[in-house]
Design a protein around this ligand. Structure first.
Ligand code: GTP
Ligand code: MG
Length: 372
C-alpha cells in the first residue's frame, strides 16, 4: 500500500521521542519495556477524523476503520556523544517523513547530551547528520556510476550521474535535498536512493508546559515557540514544517477520560489533542488527503497523496479493484451531509460516475465498480 504513511521519530537522547510515540500510538509503557534499547518499535496511530465520525453515525456500520499512520520509535544511539550516531540510516530508510522531536523543555533532572537546551543548535546538528549520511551515499553511488560509465555509456546512467552530482553539490554546501527542486523522472531517481535529507521533515518542538499554555491561538503559539527557539529561518525551508507539543503533559491528558481530557486541553488553550495536531501537520507536510468508503458493514477512511487518480486510489483497497476498474461512483462529503442520505444525492444528480483518470478530492465518498 503506497498510501500508508510511515513516519520515523528521530532526535537526541531524552528529547521525548518515546513519550511522543506513546501519545501518538497509545502504546503502553509495559509493551515498550519488552524491547531492548536500539531496537525499532513500530506503532500504529489512528487518524482522528470528524468526517468519519459523522459518516459512521449516518451508516451505523458494524465497523469503523480510521486511516492509520505508522510511527517508528528508536532510542537515540548517541546518548552521550551529541549528534554523532543519531542517524540510523537503515531504520529511517522506508519512512515517508522524518519527525524530529526537538527538546525545548527544561528539566534539571534530565540532562541534555550537549549540556544545555538549545533547540536551534539541535535542529541544525540533526540536519548536518542527515546531510552527512546522504553525502556518503551520494559519493559511493557516484563512484559506482563512473565505473559503470567507463564500461559502457547509456543515457540513463548519464542522467543518473548528473542528478547525483547535483545532489552531492547541494549536500557539500550544507543544503538538504528537500530544498532541491527536482521534477518528474529525476525525483523518481532520487526516491530510489532513500536519501534522508530528501524526506519531508516535521519538527515537533517539545515545550515546557508553561510555554505551551502561554495563551493565543495554537498557530500563533507555534510561531512564537519557533521564534523563541531560533527556528524561524529553519522552518521556512522547503519540505519542513513544525508543530509544538508538551509531550509529557499531553500524554498524561490523553490517558484521562474524554470529558476530563478536553477540559484539561481547554485549560492549556488547546482546541485539539497533541495526536490531532501532529497528525494534521504530517498530512499537510506530505500533502495527504482522505477519501471514504461507506456501507452497512464498514465505514472507512483511506489516505492518499493529493492528485491521486481514481484507479490508484482503488489499488489502496485492493489490487483486484484497480485491475478490474470500471467506474467510480463519487459523491462529495459536503453534498452527502447536506442531503442527509445517499439516495437524496442520487436524486439530485450529485453522485457522479468517474473514470480511471479522475483525480480524487479530499472528502470524496467513493464506491468503486469493478469486474472480477
Ligand atoms: N518536563 C518534561 N519532561 C519530558 C517532556 N517530554 C518528555 N519528558 C521526559 O524526558 C524523559 C525522556 O523522555 P523520552 O520520551 O524517554 O525520550 P527519548 O527521546 O525517547 O529518549 P531516548 O529513547 O533515550 O533517546 C522522560 O523522563 C520524559 O518523561 C516534556 O515535555 N516535559
Ligand atoms: Mg526513547
Amino acid at each position: 500500500m503506497q498510501g500508508l504513511l510511515r513516519a520515523a521519530l528521530i532526535g537526541f537522547a531524552s528529547s521525548g521521542k518515546t513519550t511522543l510515540f506513546q501519545l501518538m500510538t497509545s502504546a503502553r509503557e509495559t509493551a515498550r519495556a519488552a524491547h531492548g534499547k536500539g531496537e525499532a518499535v513500530i506503532g500504529i496511530s489512528k487518524v482522528p477524523d470528524a468526517r468519519l465520525d459523522r459518516l459512521t453515525a449516518m451508516y451505523n456500520p458494524k465497523k469503523r476503520v480510521p486511516a492509520t499512520v505508522e510511527f517508528t520509535d528508536l532510542a537515540a544511539a548517541g546518548a552521550s556523544g551529541g549528534a554523532q550516531g543519531l542517524v540510523d540510516v537503515a531504520a529511517y530508510k522506508n519512512a515517508d517523513a522524518l519527525v524530529h522531536v526537538l527538546r525545548a523543555f527544561h528539566d534539571p533532572a534530565i540532562p541534555h547530551a550537549s549540556g544545555s537546551i538549545d533547540p536551534a543548535r539541535d535542529a541544525q546538528a540533526m540536519e548536518d547528520e542527515l546531510i552527512l549520511a546522504d553525502l556518503g551515499v551520494a559519493e559511493r553511488r557516484l563512484e559506482r556510476l563512473e565505473r559503470d560509465l567507463k564500461k559502457g555509456r547509456s543515457p540513463e546512467l548519464e542522467r543518473e550521474r548528473d542528478v547525483v552530482t547535483i545532489c552531492k553539490a547541494a549536500l557539500e554546501e550544507g543544503r538538504p535535498l528537500r530544498s532541491l527542486e527536482l521534477k518528474g523522472e529525476d525525483l523518481k531517481r532520487l526516491r530510489g536512493f532513500q536519501f534522508l535529507s530528501a524526506k519531508p521533515l516535521l519538527i515537533v518542538i517539545n515545550l515546557d508546559e508553561t510555554q505551551l499554555s502561554a495563551g493565543g491561538e495554537a498557530a500563533t503559539r507555534i510561531d512564537r515557540a519557533s521564534e523563541a527557539a531560533g527556528l524561524t529561518s529553519f522552518l521556512s525551508r522547503a519540505g519542513t514544517a513544525a508543530v509544538a507539543v508538551c509531550a509529557k503533559i499531553e500524554l498524561e491528558i490523553a490517558q484521562l477520560e474524554a470529558a476530563d481530557a478536553s477540559a484539561f486541553l481547554a485549560d492549556l488553550g488547546l482546541k485539539e489533542s497533541g495526536l490531532d495536531r501532529v497528525i494534521r501537520a504530517s498530512y499537510d507536510l506530505l500533502g495527504y488527503i482522505s477519501f471514504f468508503t461507506v456501507g452497512e458493514d464498514e465505514c472507512r477512511a483511506w489516505s492518499i497523496p493529493r492528485h491521486t487518480t481514481a484507479q490508484l486510489a482503488a489499488s489502496e483497497i485492493h489490487s483486484d479493484i484497480a485491475r478490474g476498474f470500471i467506474r467510480a461512483e463519487v459523491v462529495s462529503y459536503d453534498h452527502l451531509m447536506a442531503r442527509g442520505a445517499m439516495a437524496a444525492c442520487r436524486d439530485h444528480g450529485e453522485v457522479r460516475l468517474e473514470g480511471k483518470e479522475y483525480v480524487v478530492q479530499d472528502g470524496d465518498i467513493i464506491n468503486f465498480r469493478f469486474a472480477t
